[in-house]
Design a binder for this molecule. Structure first.
Ligand code: PHB
Length: 366
């Protein structure tokens, strides 16, 4: 039987165990939207994860949606991320970067020249974001023209190249949580006509073209994707037929031979089986159609994670909040040791407190 603690090779990345640190927004980027010394320490402390997926990181200045989230579109950002990946590699860890564009989940005050956020649509969601002035309604978006999409695809390609230059072992394309790429996928948002709107195949096209471009640039064996078919995160309704939509997404991605698929099951950070979902989502049916490694995420307990890997339901399990409060989560899971409590008021922004000061088991020994 396969164990959660067994090694695995994902694409061309060899991992010492199947426990993944999920991407976690912490809003602690320093001047220039770069990871600073505290972020180097934070990731170094968590390097015993089989794989770290670094926090969502914008591919371009237009991709930002919250204050103090890092980017990967300037040379200074590449140089700063290199310090993070060097620290993780020195501890024997592996790390990929999550490439992010928020689309319409943004505010003009965060964007170059006070620009409107961009999306598949010009309709504003009933969502909020966090700016210098605190929580505010997102700004009305502008629908991208079809002739702007090659430039967008190229921003992803360039960001992936930068990630490799910064020493990452690969990248994860963020197509979840109702940020830009999911704003193209879902018919609850995408109201376009033309090649990127309407049919399921058309709505899946932009993601497939980005995955193709990034795979060509850095290798499919270093490229993954994150999806969240059932989430209503960012106040966005589900697609009218999530099962059909995400089946098509996988049909389009499978021929590329990408390294992994990272699946958020249910509501992001919430119910794994949302009560308001009329039809339960069949994740296993999708998995059968996908040839790469399968990372499952969302609210897994130790027992649930061990069972999912042993039964073959998933190849790896990603943990989010438990990795924030337990730098040595792998050891704690292995030894069935108690976990530290999360300081929920220290998640977003601030300094070392609730970031790099969670104790390891060794530090807690009397
Ligand atoms: C957040 O900033 O809260 C956030 C960012 C990316 C996600 C989910 C949440 O995918």
């Amino acid at each position: 039987m396969t164990s959660l603690f067994d090694p695995i090779t994902v694409g061309n990345i060899s991992l010492s165990n199947r426990i993944v640190m999920a991407p976690l927004t912490r809003n602690r980027a320093i001047e220039g939207l770069l990871p600073g010394p505290l972020s180097v320490e934070y990731y170094r402390q968590r390097a015993s994860a089989g794989l770290i997926i670094a926090e969502a990181t914008q591919i371009s200045a237009m991709g930002q949606g919250y204050i103090d989230t890092p980017g990967i579109h300037t040379q200074a950002q590449v140089t700063a991320w290199r310090k993070v990946t060097d620290a993780v590699h020195a501890e024997g860890g592996r790390m990929v970067l999550q490439l992010w564009h928020v689309g319409r989940i943004s505010h003009s005050s965060l964007l170059p020249g006070g620009a409107a956020p961009v999306s598949s649509t010009s309709r504003r969601p009933n969502a909020k974001t966090f700016t210098r002035d605190g929580f505010v309604d997102v700004s009305a978006p502008r629908a991208l023209r079809d002739d702007e999409l090659p430039g967008l695809i190229d921003d992803y390609r360039q960001a992936a190249r930068h990630a490799i230059d910064a020493g990452f072992d690969g990248v994860e394309i963020h197509a979840a949580n109702n940020y830009l790429l999911e704003q193209f996928l879902r018919d609850s948002v995408n109201d376009r006509s033309g090649p990127y709107g309407g049919s399921i195949a058309n709505r899946a096209r932009l993601l497939a073209e980005i995955m193709q471009s990034v795979s060509t640039e850095i290798g499919a064996n270093r490229t993954g994707v994150r999806l969240s078919p059932m989430t209503t995160f960012n106040d966005t309704p589900r697609d009218s037929n999530p099962q059909a939509l995400y089946t098509e997404v996988i049909e389009q991605l499978t021929p590329l031979g990408i390294a992994y698929l990272h699946m958020i099951e249910g509501e992001t950070g919430g119910a794994r089986e949302p009560e308001d979902a009329t039809v339960p989502f069949d994740y296993a049916a999708l998995r059968k159609r996908f040839s790469g490694a399968w990372i499952a995420n969302n609210g897994y307990t130790r027992d649930g994670a061990i069972e999912a890997v042993a039964s073959g339901k998933a190849d790896l399990i990603a943990f989010g909040r438990p990795f924030i409060s337990n730098p040595d989560l792998v050891r704690r899971l292995r030894e069935n040791a108690p976990l530290n409590d999360l300081q929920a008021d220290k998640l977003y922004g601030g300094g070392a407190e609730g970031y790099t000061d969670y104790p390891t088991l060794d530090a807690q020994k009397p």
